[in-house]
Design a protein around this ligand. Sequence first.
Ligand SMILES: [Zn+2]
Length: 76
Amino acid sequence: MKIKRFYAHCDAIEGTPGVFYCSFCNELVKEKHFGEEHPNKNHVHKFNATLAEWKQKEARGTTRVRPDDAPNRLMK
Ligand SMILES: [Zn+2]
């Protein structure tokens, strides 16, 4: 079974500098996307929500993995 990387909201995409995952849109986006499309959203809250969701899936057995030190634009 192939291991796939799980991306939480605002995680940086590995191997693609300047590109992040937007969980609101379920798309890979540039930094400016967050300010232009979601200026009034709580991104930390969304990040924590996507992470909690993934941890529940992980407990039930998901093939997706996320490193503890995964780079994220919120963690600067
Ligand atoms: Zn978005």
